[in-house]
Design a protein around this ligand. Sequence first.
Ligand code: 28G
Length: 643
Amino acid sequence: MSENLKSSTYDESQIQVLEGLEAVRKRPGMYIGSTSVKGLDHLVYEIVDNAIDESLAGYCKNITVTINKGNTVTVIDDGRGVPTGPHPKLGISTLEVVYTILHAGGKFGGEGYKVSGGLHGVGASVVNALSEWMEVTVYDSRTGREYYQKYERGKPLFSVKEIGPTDKTGTKVTFLPDKEIFETLEFEYDTLLNRLREQAFLNAGVHILFTDDRGDEPVVNDLRYEGGIRSFVEYLNENKTPVSGVIYVAVENENNSAEVAIQYTDTYTENLLSFANDIRTVDGGMHEIGFKISLTNVVNDYARKYKFLKDTDQNLSGEDVREGMTAVISVKLTEAEFEGQTKTKLGNSEMKTVVSKLVNEKLSEYFEEHPAEIRLIIDKVITAQRAREAARKAREAARKKTSFESGQMPDKLRDCNERDPELTEIFIVEGDSAGGSATQGRDSRFQAILPLWGKMLNVEKARADKIYGNDKLAPVITALGAGIGDEFNLEKLRYHKIIIMADADVDGAHIRTLLLTFFFRFMRPLLEHGYVYSAVPPLYKLTRGKTTRVAYSDEERDRVSAEMRGDNPNVKIDISRYKGLGEMDHEELRETTMDPTTRTLRRIELDDAVAADRIFNVLMGEEVEPRKQFIEENAKYAVNLDY
Ligand code: 28G
């Protein structure tokens, strides 16, 4: 568009402006991903990104982000202020250009705003187009004056006004998302907080003050991390026991930069987060590849040089080298290319070289200078190697005993007739008696039942070898058919709906948490692709004479009871609370909890792996006190994650 604008007159460009805004309003999903709450939250990121850019340019120290009562959001920075003078090509104020012309202010150079598949950096004009109203105040550092403009659905209500002199500098934006566009106007506090915190980690020293002012008392978060991604790694490991310090290496070149922070813990999980231009690269890419290759090489070289390994010993594998490692990789580059279906994989091959060289040179240097630390790490890696070898043997043994992959299904599984995984569901049911009702209540054409009983293994402190040998989990692995860990293969999955059916009480929550932890640690793609669900059994049974109805919440109970009572206040409605699934006969269970036409299912979403990892560590770890504290503080999270 900027190409066309060069030779246009103001009137022509106005038409293009309106067409641009219209395009955004017609297909908002193309610009912000969706019009669900995710898209709503995205509006905040777009505006904050601009403030962070101003901060990275070295002109802004403080950013405040406030969710106000009435679902408006205000972002303020103390940078230079968006330029207010006439735009060199259009004559109108640059401020108006930035907020009304699509793609003005593209961030990463040239066509750079395409960085994550049209999702990021599309800028302030998109937020403006999708807002019922927006207002911008600029405290212009060049003129020492305050300027103001307001818009409705992206259109300016008047030309930029000069308000008068000011001592402040910076930009202030307030907007109300358009209820005609968005499914909801309720910004998600937790999601925004996590994202803003991530931005604060990735941009060391940036100061973000985040306030949720919607409740009676404002909730304030002061986010500033002088340690940058070092602090990020410490945060990720907050509930784990470290076995090394935080190792940090960084390099800056003409066109790009890379930094890596690493810390080993006594856990068995790898937690590697990578970013390019502050955007999470869930599917990794070149920077991650460069990191993994060099880390493996550096550790192996050191282990051989100092005789932790004999020359004849096998190499330490990448997986073993990363067991118990938490790491954050952050690269910045001018022309980032994001690949893959979800545009979350960095494609620039030069970043493989950059990160690889960084790790090769600086990490080996670090190791030479910290022999005690690397000794502990290598001991751990060698133990990991032995355990993996033991796991392989356990798997072979299990394979022989129960013909793990031969199609021989567990005794307890009541399988369905249908073979197409897209059409089938498996209910993992707590307890034998509930398993019985479920087997009777199911539609055996497409619904399979796997009862679990007894105490389940807490996988948080277990390696794969224990899992294969475990009599509770082995049937789950076999029934699902896709393997675990490095060998997990989604294509072999036998059911595309995996439904955890447990009581709505504490024990039920416990077994649900154990199973979820197991899926998170050993079958994570199941959660990432949304194949895991929780059945929602009713809480109450209401009876009036021969009529019975059920309710899934307290509110529904009250509503249903009022409905059943009708106009007659003297009718007695008998209300009882279901104590467990086992109390229902198979018909009740089918109707209320299993039949797709009448049941409710809750999909268990994993959209924040950072939060999930921390939650599982606390919930499943050994320490009781932090767990209690965590559950109290994060009641809301627990609900989101469906415990
Ligand atoms: C409060 C809400 C979010 C911002 C600035 C500062 C400048 C700027 C923003 O320039 C126009 C186009 C490309 C350079 C730049 C000020 C240079 C000199 C700025 C923000 C000019 C945009 N003086 N602060 N935009 N660019 N804060 N905070 O949006 O060529 S946006």
